[in-house]
Design a protein around this ligand. Structure first.
Ligand SMILES: *[C@@H]1O[C@H](CO)[C@@H](O)[C@H](O)[C@H]1NC(C)=O
Ligand SMILES: *[C@@H]1O[C@H](CO)[C@@H](O)[C@H](O)[C@H]1NC(C)=O
Ligand SMILES: *[C@@H]1O[C@H](CO)[C@@H](O)[C@H](O)[C@H]1NC(C)=O
Ligand SMILES: *[C@@H]1O[C@H](CO)[C@@H](O)[C@H](O)[C@H]1NC(C)=O
Length: 402
């Protein structure tokens, strides 16, 4: 009986969701509501995707878009968007902290998400539109976004902050086009992902049998989920409503957050559920599941026959991480309670990188995947570390230029 009531409750709330989510609030609206100015830029990749990039230009008449303000690019994670940095109700967001300290902050978006659903030729109905993984985001969207920002600001380099796959794409880019390290200053890899062998994410673990089968499901799944808000997405959106089942929403929050959290700011919940999960290609998720199965950091596995066509070999090539040569070391921020990006996997990668990475282990119980952006104590344990390193890198760079 209880389950029938819960199901009815969900159905009613889903109907209400249609109404709630019909009024579209963008990243720019969120920035404005927080009292800051913003600019909205649209860039097109060489393969036709239109991506929106938001720039926070300061508070009141204190604009940071001066020609000398150091530039920062922030990139979101999986099933997320630029909204993740500026959620309504978020206190002490890193993006605003950086703007207040005089940085020129840009929030990027990857193809397929809320702000990446445009294409010069393809419609969203076309399976071709969804034919990408984070590999393509890393080799195309990321450098295109960086080049656009550097050209607009007339600066040679930028600081980078990525969360989760927002870090993976940088590892991909620098292993394939190492010269991009010349365009980077400090690199903040929050909940970084390259190796996934030890992930505890229930979403990844449940998908293992499906991905092992090597059927080309990804286009179909992406197409379906993009056209019709998936049941999962619907469930999440019911939590916008305060009358939604608390038990259910706690489970969903833990799933989204990659672990039960003691730190997440409750004030952001309505906006989290309004904006997450954002759309993406299924191939991106499948690619992560493949990393977990293989234990390697490698390109997408299409199955032996297609691999031959793509890679001229039946197996998938690993990313050559020895080619990753950042000018300044990566900074890894990670915890032992992040179900996606585990301590074991992060430390394996930092061992391989040697002096190319510096570890910032957050030694807190129940500090989970999204807490690095959304915890109530980020102003104490994350933001000052990032800001200090950025300032030191600025100084090191200025000394070198002399
Ligand atoms: C701009 O800032 C100054 C002080 O920094 C203040 O006196 C002035 O009122 C501000 N102007 C506007 C239009 O907000
Ligand atoms: C996906 O893209 C690859 C090129 O990267 C192409 O060979 C393949 O035919 C595409 N598949 C679909 C369904 O668009
Ligand atoms: C494909 O691999 C074979 C054998 O390793 C090699 O001889 C050939 O040149 C490769 N073809 C291309 C197009 O790279
Ligand atoms: C790591 O050490 C080598 C050798 O001392 C040095 O050339 C290189 O610049 C260092 N890399 C970083 C990112 O500090």
């Amino acid at each position: 009986m209880k389950s029938v009531v819960v199901i009815l409750n969900i159905i009613i709330l889903i109907v209400e969701v249609q109404h709630v989510t019909s009024a579209v609030t963008t990243t720019a609206d969120r920035i404005k509501a927080a009292g800051y100015g913003s600019e909205t830029h649209t860039i097109f990749t060489k393969d036709g995707y239109g991506l929106t990039v938001f720039r926070i230009i300061g508070r009141g008449n204190r604009t940071t878009s001066s020609p000398t303000a150091p530039v920062v690019l922030m990139m979101h994670g999986l099933m997320s968007s630029s909204d993740c940095w500026v959620l309504q109700g978020l206190k002490d967001g890193l993006a605003y902290n950086m703007v207040d300290r005089g940085y020129d902050v840009w929030l990027g978006n990857a193809r397929g998400n809320t702000y990446g659903k445009r294409h010069r030729k393809l419609s969203l109905d076309s399976p071709k539109f969804w034919n990408f993984s984070w590999h393509e985001i890393g080799i195309i969207d990321l450098p295109t976004t960086m080049d656009y920002i550097l050209q607009k600001t007339q600066q040679p380099r930028l600081h980078y902050v990525g969360h989760s796959p927002g870090t993976t794409i940088m590892f991909v880019l620098l292993s394939i086009q190492p010269k991009y390290s010349e365009k980077l200053k400090s690199l903040h890899m929050i909940a970084p992902i390259a190796y996934l062998k030890h992930t505890r994410s229930p979403a990844v673990l449940t998908a293992v049998p499906l991905v092992r089968m090597h059927t080309p499901l990804d286009n179909l799944v992406s197409y379906t989920t993009s056209r019709y808000l998936p049941i999962g997405g619907m469930l999440f959106k019911t939590c916008i409503n305060p009358r939604a089942s608390r038990e259910l929403c706690d489970v969903l929050t833990a799933l989204l957050n990659g672990g039960m959290s003691d730190y997440i700011q409750k004030s952001i919940f309505p906006d989290v559920f309004k904006t997450h999960p954002a759309s993406t290609s299924a191939r991106q998720s499948f690619h992560f599941v493949q990393l977990h199965i293989s234990g390697h950091f490698r390109q997408y596995d299409f199955g032996a026959e297609l691999n031959l066509q793509y890679y001229n070999r039946t197996t998938t090539p690993d990313y050559d991480v020895q080619r990753i040569q950042p000018r300044f070391p990566f900074h890894f921020y990670y915890s032992d309670f992040d179900d996606f990006s585990t301590k074991l996997d992060v430390e394996k990668f930092s061992k391989i990188l040697g002096n190319r990475s510096i570890s910032h282990f957050i030694n807190l119980k129940k500090f989970a995947h999204f807490d690095f952006m959304w915890a109530h104590n980020i102003k104490k344990i994350i933001n000052p570390v990032v800001l200090k390193i950025m300032q030191e890198t600025e100084e090191a760079w200025r000394n070198e230029e002399r």
